[in-house]
Design a protein around this ligand. Structure first.
Ligand code: SAM
Length: 488
């Protein structure tokens, strides 16, 4: 008699497989028996199990759940015979029974095909009880970044109802057409860099020129977290902007009536606190503690389909301490006019993704159109395009970061955690929408944030219902907000 395959969690290969399924919140107890069965089926071939980022294993584990569900549905219909859970393929009744695991040959064939479509939604072809072949979509993309970030970011849809989001993943913002973003070494003066530094600026006896922006103290701790006092001041500025200094544009792009070519009164732009990171002209190394955002995403993140009616959302797969850099807001860099034109042409999509870069708008007498910029992640963007809004008690904040140019028409927007965040918690951001601003020409979405302090009072009792409405910023509050337009 053949000996059953013995697997232990200490086995390196098993450990790696379990890591993958844990990312999808599948407990090890559920994975282990399926993994053993799968290995038996494929003749112990780990290369088949690992193929396409463990898709065979993940599918097999998820199929067990689906099959159990079908079995219980079937038994309540008095249809027990046809829905018996198939233990492999030996009963010759495949047409009627949902499959648990394919034969090695079909498995290999199916996953070879799947590898070719890796990065798009996975189509599972299943037989239903009547033997009809029906298509069911279960979105699970192992890495939406397509290898462009240093970590993989998966996308899962437990609800199983939604098509995979259509957008192009880009890890860095790109000028769409007319935006003026001029990055040049000549523009970086000696005061804006630390050419004489070496290694890690945070370990130096005295803070270098790059700490000047943050009053001679680096914004980051030696552990790579944003300092608490810096975070707290940024939060205060966001919550109580009227207590802080504002600057006013002569012709504010947010107040422009694009049809008449006239401008309303500027509501003012907060003088925001910037982080300034070391960059190319600096003498320090890439591991310098004052280079956090530019090193990119390092947390384990996942895009998932929310249950509350917010569409896709972003969650963390690991505990994150307060002050952790999560990701940057990446998108196409558009001028305000380009965004206006894009919005006019858009057919009122449910989700919108533009964010203004208005931190410097009031500091000049005249702001040219090619200098009034925003980031639009609708067509091209990174994982931040999935961050949903939460009123008042969001767990992240957006902070402007200067990296490659001291010219503040263009800067980075980085998200940091505002408190300790637990693994599997949704990552949220307060978009600063005034849901009660009836005078605004474009209505915001109906908020389903679930916060006790939700500002969208009129939606109380109607959570989960979605309306086709557009994000708009409040004119009274400040921060990296979505762009407003004057529309007839
Ligand atoms: C930047 S996107 C966030 C990702 C989006 N949920 C998706 O599926 O692509 C912003 C859009 O998400 C939705 N959204 C974000 N936060 C929400 C909330 N608290 N309640 C309802 N919808 C929300 C709105 O449709 C909004 O226009």
């Amino acid at each position: 008699m053949e000996q059953p395959m013995m697997l232990t969690e200490n086995d390196e290969k098993v450990r790696k497989a379990l890591e993958k399924t844990r990312e999808l919140s599948i407990p090890d107890e559920k994975t282990m028996p399926v993994l053993m069965k799968l290995l038996e089926e494929v003749g112990g071939s780990w290369s088949l199990v690992k193929l396409d980022n463990y898709s065979a294993l993940i599918d097999a584990v998820l199929s067990v759940d689906e099959d159990k569900k079908k079995l219980s549905e079937g038994s309540s219909n008095g249809d027990r015979g046809n829905n018996k859970l198939s233990e492999g393929s030996s009963n010759g009744d495949r047409g009627k029974n949902p499959k648990v695991i394919d034969s090695p040959v079909s498995l290999k064939k199916s996953y070879e095909t799947r590898s070719a479509v890796s990065g798009s939604s996975v189509q599972v072809v299943q037989n239903n009880n009547n033997g009809d072949r029906k298509r069911k979509y279960r979105n699970r993309i192992s890495d939406i970044t397509k290898g462009s970030e240093s970590v993989e970011i998966s996308l899962v849809d437990d609800v199983g109802s939604e098509d995979a989001p259509k957008f192009t993943y880009i890890p860095h913002s790109i000028v769409y057409q007319s935006a003026y973003v001029h990055v040049s070494l000549a523009r970086i003066s000696d005061e804006d860099c630390c050419a004489n530094c070496k290694g890690d600026c945070l370990s130096a006896e005295l803070p270098c020129a790059c700490a000047r922006e943050t009053s001679g103290e680096f914004a980051y701790t030696n552990e790579g977290l944003l300092k608490e006092n810096f975070l707290d001041t940024c939060l205060k500025m966001k919550k109580e902007p009227d207590r802080f200094h504002k600057v006013y544009c002569k012709d504010c792009p947010l107040e422009r009536d694009h049809d008449k070519g006239t401008y309303g009164k500027c509501d003012g732009h907060l003088i925001r606190k910037f982080i300034k990171e070391c960059w190319r002209k600096c003498g320090c190394a890439m591991h310098c503690g004052n280079r956090v955002v530019q090193r990119g995403i390092s947390c384990k993140l996942q895009v998932y389909f929310t249950q509350e009616g917010k569409g896709w959302g972003l969650r963390t797969l690991q505990d994150l301490p307060k002050g952790t850099f999560v990701c940057e807001y990446i998108g196409e860099i558009l001028t305000n006019t380009e965004l206006y034109d894009r919005n006019i042409r858009s057919s009122g999509e449910r989700h919108t993704y533009p964010v203004t870069l208005d931190a410097d708008w009031g500091s000049e007498k005249e702001l040219k159109d090619e200098e009034a910029l925003c980031l639009d992640a609708t067509i091209c963007g990174n994982v931040a395009r999935f961050i949903n809004h939460r009123c008042e008690d969001a767990n992240m904040i957006d902070i402007p970061v200067e990296i490659e140019t001291p010219d503040r028409h263009y800067y980075h927007i980085a998200f940091f955690t505002l408190r300790d965040v637990k693994a599997m918690d949704e990552l949220t951001w307060d978009y600063m929408i005034d849901f009660n601003d009836k005078s605004h020409p474009i209505k915001a979405f109906r908020c389903c944030c679930g916060s006790e302090s939700c500002r969208d009072k009129k939606t109380k009792g109607s959570q989960g219902k979605l309306e086709r409405r557009k994000i708009v910023p409040t004119k009274k509050q400040s921060g990296s907000k979505v762009v407003a337009f004057k529309r007839k």
